[in-house]
Design a protein. Structure first.
Length: 494
């Protein structure tokens, strides 16, 4: 019996305690906060600090910032183990603690990103039936096509004599707001072809969201007084949230009122009139407030995530003209020159463009981490990680590593084709939309928007990048281009 007991204890004896996980020391409670306030890293280069810590401490390290300790995993095998142990209802911290606090103060539904447990599971399942099934999502393609057509017309008017559109990142943000409003609320805001007043309003919405992210970044790397007192940064963020979400809520309420009017008049067409809102409102597990918050989150998240992704994808095509030519040829073959509506069948066949987008995510990931709160004591990398620990998967820093990719610093979409070398890539390495039960519910909508926009844009224009500098990324809760993305749009002879 004694021998058996010793044998059972041996595996655990080899596990190192949480306290021995390496990482930067810092000061008591503050941790490494001062490194980001007065040291070598600015908050906007937080992703650079990840890389430095990975090089110094290895595949697993921990860091404390203002009382919050996180374990960072920089190995796809470690990521796989974490995700395989997370269960059907993974527990996650909020992406934006400030947003969660704003919603609590105003007694709003927390939204999917801030929910956990049974409430999250019911809401996620309801949304998933609509947004995660290809046939369901394809019903929004007419809305996407219309906004893309108007955006391309706007590009035509914005171009100067040489074809330059300055600050194209801002124009993409306005398009994503317009497109999401059309998908979710069947409402056109006028960001693409409306009046000056409408355009000004959408610009103020864009500015509010940009400012909110800037203040959220400041607060993330602050001493935390904002949780107790209305500091200037918190008040500015609160005002921006208030402006954006009060207007978004007005847009949602107006759409619901119009839908009610159609129902009363008998003109409502099941499956055609307001498909997004009518589906959510018909789900018993979702309250009216849940529907409002989910709709508003789609509205804001599209701008935060899709717009920087589209800018970086265009940069990859513009700086690799031979790749852009191949995409153009594929679009002509699959869609043709004169076809107005791009269908789900067309998108299915745009395999090379899909490979380009995946390769674009390898160069320009949208986030730095996938976060989880571990549900039980687990062992990863030889270390014991206690239940309730905040763990972040940071494999995005490996996406240009020769260890995982042949010719890692070259943009080669062919690696993702059926016969390409990426068939051997670790399945938990490139995950731009997260994975498992917590995968981004807007994934398929975002993919449809990107594919439709790029396909239609390249039919009209060759995209060029003539800046002397390369596009890089800066951290602002998520990752975004570090420049205004000034592109040249040269008309094609067709």
């Amino acid at each position: 019996m004694a021998t058996r007991s010793l044998l059972q204890q041996q595996p655990s004896a080899r596990v190192k305690p949480f306290s021995l996980i390496p990482g930067p020391r810092g000061l008591p409670y503050l941790g490494t906060l001062l490194d980001y306030k007065t040291g070598k890293y600015a908050p906007s280069s937080f992703d650079k600090a990840f890389r430095a810590n990975h090089q110094k401490y290895g595949k697993i390290f921990k860091e404390t910032i203002a009382g919050s300790t996180k374990v960072h995993l920089c190995d796809p095998d470690y990521a796989q183990r974490l995700f395989q142990l997370e269960g059907k209802r993974p527990h996650t911290p909020p992406l934006l603690e400030t947003s969660k606090m704003y919603r609590k103060i105003n007694r709003l539904s927390l939204g999917l990103g801030n929910m956990n447990g049974e409430k999250w599971s019911r809401s996620r399942k309801a949304v998933g039936h609509l947004l995660m099934k290809p046939k369901s999502v394809s019903q929004f393609l007419p809305h996407i096509n219309g906004c893309v057509d108007d955006f391309i017309t706007k590009i035509h008017h914005l171009r100067d004599e040489e074809g330059l559109v300055e600050n194209f990142s801002n124009e993409i943000k306005m398009w994503t707001l317009e497109s999401t409003a059309n998908i979710c609320f069947e409402t056109r805001l006028g960001a693409l072809n409306g009046t000056a007043a409408q355009s000004d309003f959408i610009q103020r919405m864009v500015n509010a969201m940009d400012s909110m992210l800037e203040q959220a970044l400041k607060l993330r790397f602050s001493f935390g007084w904002w949780r107790l007192l209305p500091t200037p940064a918190w008040q500015k963020l609160y005002d921006c949230e208030d402006f954006f979400f009060s207007n978004a809520q007005r847009i949602v309420n107006e759409a619901i009122s119009k839908m009610d009017a159609l129902l009363e008049s008998g003109d409502f067409v099941e499956g055609h009139s307001y498909p997004f809102l009518s589906y959510l409102l018909g789900r018993e597990e979702l309250s009216l407030e849940d529907v409002r918050i989910i709709s508003m989150a789609m509205f804001s998240d599209g701008m935060i995530t899709t717009s920087p992704t589209v800018a970086s994808q265009l940069y990859c095509l513009a700086t690799n003209p031979e790749v852009q030519d191949k995409v153009y040829e594929e679009v002509l073959r699959v869609v043709g020159i004169k076809t107005k509506e791009i269908t789900s069948g067309h998108l299915e066949e745009l395999s090379y463009l899909k490979s380009c987008i995946k390769e674009g995510f390898r160069f320009f990931p949208i986030g730095t981490e996938i976060s989880r709160i571990v549900p039980t004591d687990i062992t990863i990398g030889g270390y014991l990680i206690p239940k309730g620990t905040h763990v972040e998967v940071n494999t995005n820093m490996l996406l240009q590593s020769p260890q995982y990719f042949h010719d890692a610093h070259r943009f080669i979409p062919e690696r993702w084709t059926r016969d390409g070398s990426a068939s051997n890539v670790h399945p938990y390495l490139v995950r731009p939309f997260s994975c498992g039960p917590r995968m981004c519910p807007g994934k398929r909508i975002a993919e449809q928007e990107m594919l439709t926009f790029i396909a239609k844009l390249l039919r009209h224009y060759r995209v060029e990048w003539r800046e002397s500098h390369e596009m890089s990324q800066r951290y602002r809760i998520l990752l975004a281009p570090d420049c205004s993305a000034d592109f040249y749009f040269i008309p094609r002879n067709n």
